[in-house]
Design a protein around this ligand. Structure first.
Ligand code: MG
Ligand code: MG
Length: 271
């Protein structure tokens, strides 16, 4: 994400309350949408349900109207299938057994934004891809565990990089996580690897809220943007996984604002 040089904000208790509310709504609707996934379902079906539930709850889909290379985004979800990494556009394509679909979702409620993503298996998937999904979600939770006062931003991305690269996977470097609050994309940028520039040495403090979103590939790290101006896919055509949560740094450690399950979902799903 391209983010203007703006100030990094820390949220007050009242703001965190609002972010908790929108975060929980994102988590609940994403869980409902995730449970719809199966062979024969289209990604537009998922998108319609996400939008209806969002508006019924008084929220606004956060992705609609986001400016793109060619045109503003028109959907509530990004749905990225198999070798698609992020920003896939919902369509009438039917999911088939063995696919994986990344579902990325954001809501604005009462002026604050929540952002979360999961990659969901369709029917039976190969062991290789199952392991990729589990590793990517695990890397997100390892990064979340670094969201403690006194740690540095590089500890967050470093946790992703260390875990997935040791397993032979690669980290997408062109896209990253972000600060979040009144706007979906606020500073700082949150790369999924250790970096030198930017805010890499930023010390994490209470009230900082970040969307952490590892994008991890089974093959090479290289990605391209397709001619639709949105869909990002791996260059080698091999599968990719994406998981995201919105997390606040608190004095007691990380609070995952978009988490509604007791634990991470792949474990819950018994994968
Ligand atoms: Mg997202
Ligand atoms: Mg995000």
């Amino acid at each position: 994400m391209r983010i203007r040089r703006d100030r990094i904000t820390r949220k007050s208790a009242a703001e965190l309350d609002k972010m908790r509310r929108v975060g929980q709504l994102v988590g609940e609707i994403l869980r409902d949408v995730r449970q719809m996934v199966g062979p024969g379902v289209t990604t537009l079906d998922l998108d319609r349900v996400a939008e209806e539930k969002t508006r019924a709850a008084g929220g606004i889909p956060a992705f609609i109207g986001v400016p793109g290379l060619r045109s503003p985004y028109r959907h509530s979800l990004c749905t990225s299938i198999n070798e698609e990494v992020v920003h896939g556009i919902p369509s009438s394509r039917k999911l088939v057994d063995g696919d994986v679909v990344g579902i990325d979702f954001g809501i604005v409620l009462d002026g604050y934004v929540g952002d979360s993503a999961v990659t969901v298996p369709v029917g039976e998937i190969s062991d290789d891809v199952k392991k990729l999904l589990k590793a990517t979600e695990e890397s997100l939770f390892r990064a979340i565990d670094q969201m403690r006062p006194g740690n540095r931003l590089n500890d967050v991305g470093g946790a992703v990089e260390d875990y997935v690269e040791a397993l032979g996977y690669t980290v997408v470097r062109e896209f990253c996580g972000h600060g979040i609050g009144r706007k979906m994309h606020e500073p700082p940028q949150v790369p999924n690897y250790r970096s030198r520039g930017g805010d890499s040495n930023l010390i994490l403090r209470e009230g900082l809220v970040l969307a952490i979103e590892p994008m991890v590939n089974l093959g090479g790290a290289e990605v391209l943007t397709r001619s639709d101006g949105w869909t990002v896919a791996t260059v080698d055509g091999r599968p990719s996984a994406h998981f995201e949560h919105t997390i606040a740094v608190t004095e007691n450690g990380p609070e995952v604002l978009t988490l509604v399950d007791q634990t991470n979902y792949l474990t819950t799903a018994g994968l």
